[in-house]
Design a binder for this molecule. Sequence first.
Ligand SMILES: [Zn+2]
Length: 215
Amino acid sequence: MTIIRYYPDNCAVCGAEQKNQHVFIHTSYLPLLQQIYWEIIGADPTKCTVCGYVSNPISKSPGKVTKEWLQSEEYVNNDGIDFKSGYADLYYKEYKVELLNRRIEGAFIAIFTTCLFCFEEHDFENGVWCSYLALSLIDKLKRQKYIKTDTLKLMRAGLLRRTGQFNRLIKEFSGCTFEKVYYNRYLSVLLERAIQKNSANIPDEELYRVIHGHD
Ligand SMILES: [Zn+2]
């Protein structure tokens, strides 16, 4: 079950009152990487209905973002990417905002979530493209405020699989052990898929089974 609460807040760019979301998820399982994401963030960004600013929360300092930039072709049309998922569109815009302000960790989380929504909607081409963008940001993440190193490593392993870099994944992660048992279980699924050169979605049921240690 998911509980969403809204609270009013003012857009940091145009001042219009908007409704931020607070999402509380009480569910037995979600696809693992999505679950990790929710553990980090816990809410979707909000898009201002007046100026188009996307942020979490909407009152967060816009930094270099201006009203003009929000109307630019690259922002409005997501650099020409035609997403199938409305959430992917929303998170890609947050990624653009964070990147403009050189908030690399925020940009990474936003583009990573864009990938999740693309794959969920079977929008593979855009999902793979955004996975490459996410991978390029991981290399720039020197300090992580929210994301623990193990989590980041696991996210990287997932992105390597999605981008078809199977040999690299096997080379980097064979023999790698995490503190959390379910991370290790998830990694074993990724490695197994990498050996099969399989970058497709892993069924939720299978993940649930593996993560909870059932055969
Ligand atoms: Zn606004």
